[in-house]
Design a protein around this ligand. Structure first.
Ligand code: 5GP
Length: 189
């Protein structure tokens, strides 16, 4: 099997991880995304197998029992996990695999794969995070409240990660991520 790298990207809900990851994937074919399983209901436009594998709680529990998940966690009332096959597939193709996951899962990956590079995305401010979460209009008020509560805990743990990147300006944040991942020369040349 060719060598590959695991890149863990964590940060509070609404910080813009999804947009950052999509832009990285578009620009760098050597990267691929680990598609997670979740018990969450699909949002409008989300595609099975592309954004997530949407499963029932009992199917998820079966996967945990069968040790099919490299990590998993409950987040805002739903279960999320990384199937081993999502990792081995990308690594087998010699790619760098990005895991866009929350804090508990990131900690499990650190314990299982200490060599994984762990990045934390921070919002420019708490007010801006709240504004972004509300403006995407995808979640109920109670889901937003749960996500904000969790965001506080996650931000407090940002120091556990190898690098912290503030997502203020998207292009600038992308450049920083690319520099960290050595995808471009840090001087911009
Ligand atoms: P969302 O419901 O907004 O898609 O995701 C909620 C949170 O779950 C986000 O912080 C996202 O990064 C995280 N998440 C997505 N997939 C996984 C996974 O496989 N494992 C863990 N631990 N968290 C995940």
């Amino acid at each position: 099997m060719k060598s590959g790298k695991l890149i863990v990207l964590t940060g509070p809900s609404g910080v813009g991880k999804g947009t950052l990851v999509r832009s990285l994937l578009n620009r760098h074919p050597e990267l691929c995304l680990s598609v997670s399983v979740t018990t969450r209901t699909p949002r409008e436009g989300e595609i099975e197998g592309k954004h997530y594998y949407f499963v029932s709680r009992s199917r998820f529990e079966q996967m945990v029992e069968a040790d099919e998940l490299a990590e998993w966690a409950e987040f805002a009332g739903n279960l999320y996990g990384t199937p081993y096959f999502a990792l081995t597939q990308g690594i087998g193709e010699g790619k760098w695999v990005i895991l866009e996951i929350e804090l508990e899962g990131a900690r499990q990956i650190r314990n299982k794969f200490p060599e994984a590079l762990r990045l934390f995305i921070l919002p420019p401010s708490w007010e801006e995070l709240e504004r972004r979460l509300r403006s995407r209009g995808q979640d109920s008020e109670s889901a937003i409240a749960r996500r904000l509560l969790r965001a506080k805990e996650e931000i407090e743990a940002a120091g556990e990660f190898d690098f912290q990147v503030v997502n203020d300006d998207l292009e600038f944040a992308l450049k920083k991520l690319e520099a960290i991942l050595n995808l471009v020369d840090i001087s911009g040349n």
